[in-house]
Design a protein around this ligand. Sequence first.
Ligand code: UT7
Length: 322
Amino acid sequence: MNSKITAIGVYAPSKRVTNEYFEKIIETNNEWIISRTGIKERRFAEPDEYTSDLCINAVKNLLAEHPEINLDGVDFILVGTTTADQIMPSMASQVQNAFNIPNTGCLDIMAACAGFVYGIVLAKGMIAAGTHKKILVFGAETLSKFTDFTDRTSCILFGDGAGVALIEASDQLKIFKPVTGSDGSHGKDLYLSQHASVVNGEQIIPNGKIHQNGKVVFKWAVQTMSQKVRELLAINNLEAGQLDWIVLHSANLRIIEAVASDLNYPMDKMLTSIECFGNTSSASIPLSWDLASKAGKIKPGNKLLLLGFGGGLTYAGIIVEA
Ligand code: UT7
């Protein structure tokens, strides 16, 4: 059985945080942030607004924008997140409860910024296995609650948001073969720990904040992601020219520009959300999709290559037809 993405819904908290905010708390400036990252502003959740709330609002927006869709028959919920409200219950179970969806499997996916694409990969596999037919896949984060606001190299990057895709069984091939992978030797270059622990043989700081070795992750992303785009195209017998859009995780605009340049792919066909939402980790790909969709760019039948990467370091990519 094949599968398709029936609809996308997103939600971002209403609180806008411009670069000027950071000029007051760390040594930085608007020009540096824009030129080194592409970010103009991001959204922060309120103190009493959590990742599960963002997921629930993304579903409400999906239903409001697609009156023909309902949640009847949803048989699995997958939530990619690194910033769950708590370790348990899962965010997926919180969504199940909010919408009172009966008899649905619930699972959170810990794959950092690649979590949304991993969710699509898993949903495709479950539908192909014939065990499930209608799956909600989320990428959702409240990174601002886990940001070290004294670290000027990372705090300017992160923002909060959520996206959800409804994935359903289909008689047409609309979700193609994926690539997935990881390089755990870089675990210590991007981590978030609540407990005293050791990663790659090194003691890491257990303060519940995101620690990133930005230069190393940047270099790894630029070197690895264009290669992964080529692999995805090759296993699906496609050429880059047959793609309508590439949606790379919005980690840093310079990474997206470097990958486009390496692939000789036009930058105006790279969809991004970094400018107005910052780096929202697993939420960035659905946010980019939604922005482009509302701008009238994505048409039915368009082919999009989605590629997420981040903490692990891990990545997942897949080509889908809108
Ligand atoms: O989403 C998961 C995956 N994450 C990523 O892919 C993130 C990848 N990394 C990055 O996006 C970038 O490495 C950063 C945005 C984190 C940093 O940008 P960079 O161009 O790699 O900066 P850098 O670390 O090479 O620093 C260049 C200079 C340094 O000054 P010196 O040593 O040259 O005098 C930094 O101290 O910029 C300085 N700097 C800043 N200056 C103003 C670092 N952060 C700031 C800041 N404002 N916020």
